[in-house]
Design a protein around this ligand. Structure first.
Ligand SMILES: [Zn+2]
Ligand SMILES: [Zn+2]
Length: 275
């Protein structure tokens, strides 16, 4: 079984409107490409901040710029007009857990991907609001990032923790702590093991400046030792990115001794042989 769950039906730029992207023809393009690449389990997980409902959780100016669409229209489109699994990429915002739960409850997700793109008001992975220009030490940013990842797992809001070491996304273009990085991963691994949440192996990192999958191999080894289930995704934003570098991902999984991936339906998880 191959899965691709963390998938966007549109690129991130604002000109890709709901009307342009959420069409049966577009969903069909994704389905066809997935079939060609042997991906049987295909789902979408659009960014929560493209929906106006996101502003009930957080009103960061970056979100205000993007939050225009109707979240229920998205759910209805995926459920009624496609055969794709219905997910969402729901940012974790500390101390807004109740507001996040309000947006998740009563909607019929197959899975919820938890992501951290911001620490307080600063962004880890965009040029706008970049944390890397704020003059904080990389040690502090990395420590806070993984503590927040741990907190997101403990919130119980999520089925999958997405791109779990996104903090490294810029590679050499951003400062990075020296030495063995496992000390940063530890609190996150502990929280994953405690809560049983699935952790995403995302091939998107191979398309980013860092040039490495999420999570890094030492992090992945710690997850395997702790018995954490893994979910496999590409974070595709166009059909061509579906199953991106999956052969390489399968090699990495084999190298660390992973034989199963998580499969989701209506927020129930089962494990299936990977490949
Ligand atoms: Zn993301
Ligand atoms: Zn994404």
């Amino acid at each position: 079984m191959l899965t691709d769950y963390h998938v966007h039906l549109r690129p991130d730029e604002r000109e890709h409107t709901f009307e342009r992207s959420f069409t049966t023809a577009n969903a069909e393009r994704y389905r066809e490409t997935a079939e060609e690449r042997g991906i049987a389990e295909l789902g979408v997980a659009e960014h929560v901040y493209r929906f106006s409902a996101a502003l009930e959780i957080w009103d960061h100016p970056f979100w205000r710029r993007y939050a225009h669409d109707d979240i229920d229209a998205y759910c209805a489109f995926v459920r009624e007009e496609t055969d794709l699994r219905l997910g969402i990429e729901m940012d974790f915002v500390p101390r807004r857990e109740d507001r996040i739960a309000t947006q998740l409850d009563g909607r019929d997700w197959d899975y919820v991907v938890g992501s951290i793109h911001f620490l307080r008001d600063l962004s880890l992975d965009t040029e706008d609001y970049s944390i890397w220009r704020a003059g904080e030490s990389p040690e502090k940013v990395w420590r806070r990032y993984f503590e927040t990842v741990a907190e997101s797992a403990r919130s119980g809001l999520y089925d999958i923790i997405g791109h779990p070491d996104l903090v490294k996304v810029w590679g050499r273009a951003a400062p990075r702590p020296d030495g063995d990085l496992r000390r940063y991963y530890e609190p996150a691994v502990e929280a994953f093991a405690e809560t049983g949440v699935a952790v995403e192996l995302s091939t998107a990192g191979w398309r980013k400046p860092v040039g490495e999958q999420y999570p890094a191999v030492p992090f992945l080894e710690m997850l395997v030792d702790a018995g954490c289930p893994l979910a496999l995704s590409s974070d595709a934003h166009v059909p061509e990115q579906l199953g991106y570098e999956y052969e390489r991902a399968l090699e990495v999984l084999e190298q660390v001794g992973v034989r199963e991936v998580a499969v989701f339906e209506r927020r129930q998880r089962r494990m299936e042989p990977v490949g």
